[in-house]
Design a protein around this ligand. Structure first.
Ligand code: ADP
Length: 532
């Protein structure tokens, strides 16, 4: 303020200074907050529309403009019901916005089309009063597409597994005749050298065909997660030795030196899936012999780690063969991968062996890899975990070791297929047992009523009454001491089937094509059960 004298001349100037730092800070904060909120809306990937308590739109972001096909100016002041439907708006305004959130699953475009969305409704609360809502709509078209694609892939995978299981069943039944008969023929005295050679060729081709079917089936089963491992006691050294015996003939022909080194510290028995372990070993050792023409194969097994309940074993299979280039090593564990072009290469196989082995080893909490080395040849290493347990199972295991049985058994074969029936009875008769036949489940139940059988070989698929039902009836008919030992015979060599048979009350399981050794193994389980 200016003070003037009598001549109107300024003599004094009065002023005040006001500190506005705080005001500026608040203004700045407010501005920042508005900008943050604007950015959040502007750059959001979801459509955001705000509306008041009458349902009239207050603002919208660029994604909302795109989703509705309507500019912001065209939206403001109009009802949001045109985009989400009148019933949903009335749900919101009747203070049931959580329910509306679930109901809103599409946003309408001005051209009549709809976008599938996942909606969120956020109330706008100012001074403790609800003045409107934000609709946040996420476009889920892509996710939906992915979901549909995933479901389709799963359905197709299931169809594939079912097709493979059915195909294997269909192929295995006639193969039972072919392989079983050649097995019997080879055992016939007086064959000429030439005849024997021909039969052996038939047998080999049958075996390879079966191996391929088994591999494909096995892989698809493991891949779909349907493989459960068992926890039975076994002697590790015995399993490794048995596997080596399988490859010995080929190694002998190729003049390869096969050496085995099994650490004495490995506990016996260990608990696990001996069948699956043998499958991995057969594949790795089999490959080593297959791809080696000079030198030999060394197999080493030792304890990697051991605690009170578990042991982790380390397996090493080293060959002096053709070797595997460094860059190809990882792919080898992929299904159907083989190093040479499969039309030109000599050794036979499906290229599934290593893929199956990897999956099995993983199921045994282990790993498999190829060791880096400058030496010629290949070294496969794998680890696997087994349980250690000293329960009654160990006694059962001891029993397994001692065997001496000569008694002739009375055996019933329930099988509708004539060829299978013939193969099975010849194999059993050769071992000195007495055999009766029936062709369906009804006849099997009748036969059991009138004869004291020791064992029944029960086909699972039979007319009139199938093997499962017949087993159930026989179990009801007989006390547990008198009930014959029932061995399921099925064409589905799938691990899950074994459980199904055992659940149905059957005692053991053999899969077609039936081999003399699997019959012997099944009889063995009977002897053990009877403590013979
Ligand atoms: P398959 O033996 O049925 O073809 P695998 O999955 O067992 O299938 O093996 C895949 C490929 O890996 C073989 O075809 C071969 O090219 C290569 N391979 C596996 N083991 C060896 C080995 N010990 N030495 C050289 N090559 C090997």
């Amino acid at each position: 303020m200016i003070t003037l004298d009598e001549n109107r001349q300024p003599v004094q100037l009065n002023g005040t200074l006001q500190d506005i730092t705080e005001r500026k800070r608040i203004e700045f904060k407010l501005q920042e907050s508005v900008e943050r909120y604007t950015s959040l809306k502007k750059y959001n990937h979801d459509a955001i529309i705000s509306f008041n308590m009458d349902g009239n739109i207050m603002n919208a972001n660029p994604v909302a403009v795109k989703m509705t096909g309507c500019p912001v100016a065209g939206m403001i002041g109009t009802s949001i019901s045109r985009f989400i439907g009148a019933s949903n708006l009335s749900l919101i305004l009747r203070s049931n916005y959580e329910m509306a959130e679930k109901e809103i699953n599409a946003v309408r475009h001005t051209d009549g089309s709809e976008t599938e969305v996942l909606a969120t409704l956020a109330p706008i609360i100012i001074n403790n009063s609800n003045v409107g809502f934000y609709l946040i709509a996420k476009d889920i078209t892509e996710q939906k597409k992915l979901l549909v694609a995933k479901e389709t892939a799963e359905r197709m995978n299931k169809a594939k597994s079912e097709f493979l299981a059915m195909m294997s069943h269909e192929i295995r039944t006639p193969m039972n005749g072919v392989i079983g008969m050649t097995d019997l023929l080879l055992d016939t005295p007086g064959l000429s050298g030439e005849q024997k050679e021909y039969i052996e060729i038939i047998q080999k081709s049958g075996d390879s065909l079966l191996a391929i079917i088994n591999d494909i089936l096995d892989f698809s089963k493991i891949e779909s997660g349907k493989t459960d491992l068992v926890d039975d006691p076994f002697d590790l050294a015995e399993i490794v030795t048995e596997t080596v015996q399988i490859v010995k003939p080929l190694a002998r022909v190729k003049k390869l030196d096969v050496r085995m080194c099994i650490d004495d510290a490995i506990p016996t028995p260990v608990y696990g899936d001996a069948y699956r372990l043998k499958q991995v070993l057969t594949n790795i050792i089999g490959n080593a012999v297959k791809f080696t023409s000079e030198g030999g194969v060394e197999i080493e097994v030792r304890v990697k780690e051991q605690c009170a309940n578990n042991v982790q074993l380390y397996f090493k299979v080293k060959d002096s063969g053709i070797g595997i280039p460094l860059e190809k090593r990882q792919q080898l564990f992929e299904p159907f991968y083989q190093l040479d072009n499969f039309m030109t290469r000599k050794p036979q196989g499906t290229g599934l062996g290593l893929a199956i082995s990897k999956k099995l080893v993983e199921l045994m909490q282990g790993d498999i890899w190829i060791e880096e080395s400058d030496e010629p040849g290949t070294t496969f290493i794998f680890t696997a975990c087994f349980k250690l347990n000293n329960s009654e199972e160990s006694n059962r295991f001891d029993q397994l070791q001692k065997k001496n049985r000569t008694a002739s058994l009375r055996i019933l074969i329930a099988e509708d297929n004539e060829v299978n029936q013939l193969v099975l009875s010849r194999m059993i008769e050769k071992k000195g047992h007495v055999v009766d036949h029936v062709v369906d489940g009804v006849e099997a139940v009748e036969a059991v009523k009138h004869n004291p059988y020791d064992i029944i070989f029960m086909d699972v698929h039979m007319p009139r009454l199938d093997g499962f039902e017949a087993t159930k009836m026989i179990k009801e008919l007989k006390s547990s001491e008198d009930c014959p030992y029932i061995i399921a015979v099925t064409a589905n060599a799938v691990r899950g089937d074994m459980d199904k048979c055992l659940k149905a009350g059957m005692d053991a399981y053999v899969s077609k094509p039936i081999k003399i050794e699997s019959i012997m193994h099944a009889l063995e389980t009977y002897y053990i059960k009877c403590n013979l």
